[in-house]
Design a protein around this ligand. Sequence first.
Ligand code: ADP
Length: 391
Amino acid sequence: MLILVANLGSTSFKYRLFRMDGNGGEVIAKGGYERVTDYAAVIDDALSALQRDGIIASPDEIEAVGFKTVLGKDLSGCVIAGQQVIAALEGFTAVAPAHNPPYAAGIRQFEKSLPDARLVALFETAFYQWTSAASAHYAIPKAWREIGIRRHGFHGASHKFIAERSAELCGREDVAKIARRLYQDGPLQVDGKPLRVVSCHLGGSSSVTGIRNGVAIGSSMGFSPQSGLPQNNRVGDLDAGAIPYAMRALGITLEEAERQLTKESGLLGLSGVSNDIRDIDAAAAAGNPDALLAIDAFIHSIRHWIGAFLIELGGLDSLVFTAGIGENRAATRAAVCKDLEAFGVHLDPAKNTACHATEAVISRDDSAVKIIVIPANEELVLAREIYRKLS
Ligand code: ADP
């Protein structure tokens, strides 16, 4: 079965084409476009390119298209992407303004460009459907809960891949099997020792997720992708009292406050330099104190969440780094792991420095906690799930 996994950003379109069968699957083509203003044009161009390059004889060969949708109102899981999914995305446009409109537009466009393909959405919130009520709920009035305000958790496909792969690398095939089949079977009982993992997805947007026996117990991201760690240009966690105070003191509207918190905050807001940690690094090395503060605050927040999950999991067997910063930036990994020997976390500095965007164990051989770098592979999780749903 040929499955196209579409990754739609506010100004980008990336895709991977998978050939899937009962034994797994492989990527047979990938590509992408930046600075997109017209999704119809780039989607049709991608389909033509696949034909031109001889990957497919006709677009009709693509049986399914998968969408890594972020957040739906009253909807999660792996579902056929039709009107119900578009309505759920549009119901929460205000909560995920950078993410939901491109997916709604992309689904509509694929309905036209590939009318015979089956369209499937896997929501980023799906991995968190088994978190406890205590961890999912904010202390807000009932009426607020009834309009859907709760902790959701995001980057679900990425953290789910880490749940599977970290279990394999820890020699726990029993847990890996549960993680792989999670959306089919739900959480299953594990005989013997639990496997306790904290997954750090650190990239343009970042989150830390606690995972017990292949199942998420919670995430640093809550109601919206605006929460948790400082993001590239989005705020991360902020005291609810700060917004009305800033609006009154600065004389700004709600819309302007929202714009500043989603576009001019996070690493960009703190550093005043850039939303890319490489530029902030260079500025910090040149002595810019705000750049240094941005990096320190980012590390502080990552450690804060690792600490929260370490307690909730009752200890740790593996600490994993993934995504652009997690895979590439040894300095971030070293700073996160600093002085955690009392918790069994022993980084091997040489292995850490040598690791760039490859899978590697970077802890000392005698470290009780296995520290691992695992390249993100969200698309594979989608392709597998869509194959399972349709076959
Ligand atoms: P997203 O998919 O959320 O946009 P990525 O996972 O691709 O993000 O991560 C992008 C971020 O990773 C960039 O903003 C950059 O800060 C960081 N990054 C990418 N490559 C490197 C590198 N070689 N060294 C340090 N940081 C990097």
